[in-house]
Design a protein around this ligand. Structure first.
Ligand SMILES: Nc1ncnc2c1ncn2[C@@H]1O[C@H](COP(=O)(O)OP(=O)(O)OP(=O)(O)O)[C@@H](O)[C@H]1O
Length: 241
């Protein structure tokens, strides 16, 4: 039986007095990898913040793993990787990951495994502030992974990563989904990454304007290339409600 990890109904969010999400409806199946794409400012981060439960909403419902988003018990089950890394700059990678491991009652071995997962073994004893941008993001990811969350919400996790690491991270995300049933919601600006998702949500002006598999999105727009497909959808005449 496929259950849903996320259910969003009639979600409206205003920020700075302006509507940012407009009546978003969404169901995300458990153990799937869903990609969130769309122009800068279209509302991807805001939608992810709603799922994590850190965004004030104007109206609607957001249910995550059967509970209202933001419920205290979800903090251990939903990990959120933001665009601004939240690891401690003056601690080493290992100290950071061990700290998050302890918060989630995980062992030092779990911490070491998470560090290996993101290929930071050689930098384990390095202070976070001396890491490169891509390494910094991976240190943050290791801190999220060590909790073994049931849901991972990742805001552009592969920014600054080289192609080999990007591929490894995506393979790992898919393993987590398929093998462990982890639900993954991930934003990206890179279309070849979006193509790796089971399903793509394309946002424009705070609405989901396309929601399908990469193959179907290509077919519907009559293009072989996802970049072109998205441009066609983004540039299509706006629907007047
Ligand atoms: N604190 C805030 N106050 C007012 N407006 C905000 C605030 N945070 C975000 N916004 C606005 O909300 C809109 C959506 O922002 P959001 O960060 O969700 O977009 P995004 O699709 O994730 O963009 P990007 O791809 O550039 O990260 C933008 O127009 C942004 O300027």
């Amino acid at each position: 039986m496929t259950s849903s990890a996320v259910q969003i109904r009639n979600l409206v969010v205003h920020r700075g007095g302006r509507p940012i999400l407009n009546d978003v409806e969404l169901t995300v199946g458990t153990g799937t990898v869903t990609g969130l794409v769309g122009p800068s400012g279209s509302g991807k981060t805001t939608l992810m913040r709603c799922v994590v439960g850190v965004q004030k909403i104007k109206s609607g419902q957001v249910t995550v793993l059967g509970r209202p988003a933001g419920t205290a018990s979800l903090r251990r089950e939903v990990a959120y990787l933001t665009q601004s890394p939240s690891v401690y700059a003056d601690l080493t990678v290992q100290e950071n990951v061990r700290h998050f491991a302890a918060l989630h009652r995980k062992s030092k071995r779990d911490a070491a495994a998470a560090i290996e997962r993101v290929s930071l073994g050689p930098q384990a004893k390095q202070l976070v502030r001396t890491l490169s941008g891509g390494q910094h993001t991976r240190a943050n990811l290791a801190c999220a992974l060590v909790a073994e969350p049931r849901m991972l919400v990742l805001d552009e996790p592969t920014v600054g990563q080289d192609p080999l690491l990007r591929r490894e991270l995506w393979e790992y995300f898919h393993d987590l989904a398929r093998v462990d049933g982890v639900t993954i919601l991930v934003s990206s600006h890179v279309m070849d990454e979006a193509a790796r998702c089971d399903r793509i949500l394309l946002m424009r002006d705070g609405r989901i304007i396309a929601d399908d598999t990469p193959e179907k999105i290509r077919a519907v727009t009559g293009t072989a290339d996802l970049d072109d497909a998205f441009l066609r959808l983004i540039e299509a005449p706006r629907i007047i409600a």
